[in-house]
Design a protein around this ligand. Structure first.
Ligand code: 5GP
Ligand code: ZN
Length: 113
């Protein structure tokens, strides 16, 4: 049995709030959101980080980013959005199943940074 948290989310043994899923990728809400609407996008095949992704897997991930970014934009009306991807502990990677963060950013007057 896998010890990877994100593989368990894919298997459904750990619950998550899914926002998009297809044959190759899964997107779900981050459990500790940096801001309101923070989403994680992962390949369904376990890959530790960017170094292990094939070009095809990278393309499959990125091909759904505009769709998910627009869904976040429509739902939460952020003022901007960051895409972030950490590779290695020294780069801030805590979960070693490759993932892309979509982090909406808000005007300071929204009160939720
Ligand atoms: P990293 O620092 O590895 O780039 O980001 C890992 C992200 O995974 C963090 O933002 C963290 O909040 C999120 N995370 C860790 N465990 C879980 C979990 O069990 N469920 C969900 N939805 N997100 C998680
Ligand atoms: Zn995994």
């Amino acid at each position: 049995m896998t010890e990877c948290i994100f593989c368990k989310i894919i298997e459904g043994t750990i619950p998550s709030v899914k926002v998009y899923e297809d044959e190759h990728v899964l997107a779900f809400m981050d459990i500790v959101p940096v801001t309101k609407g923070h989403v994680l996008l992962i390949p369904k095949t376990h890959r530790e980080n960017i170094y292990d992704l094939t070009a095809e897997e990278a393309a499959q991930l990125f091909s759904v980013v505009p769709k998910i970014a627009n869904a976040i934009k429509d739902e939460f009306k952020p003022a901007g959005m960051n895409l972030l991807q950490n590779n290695g502990a020294y780069a801030g990677q805590a979960v070693f199943h490759s993932h892309l963060h979509l982090i909406p950013r808000y005007d300071e007057t929204d009160g939720f940074q």
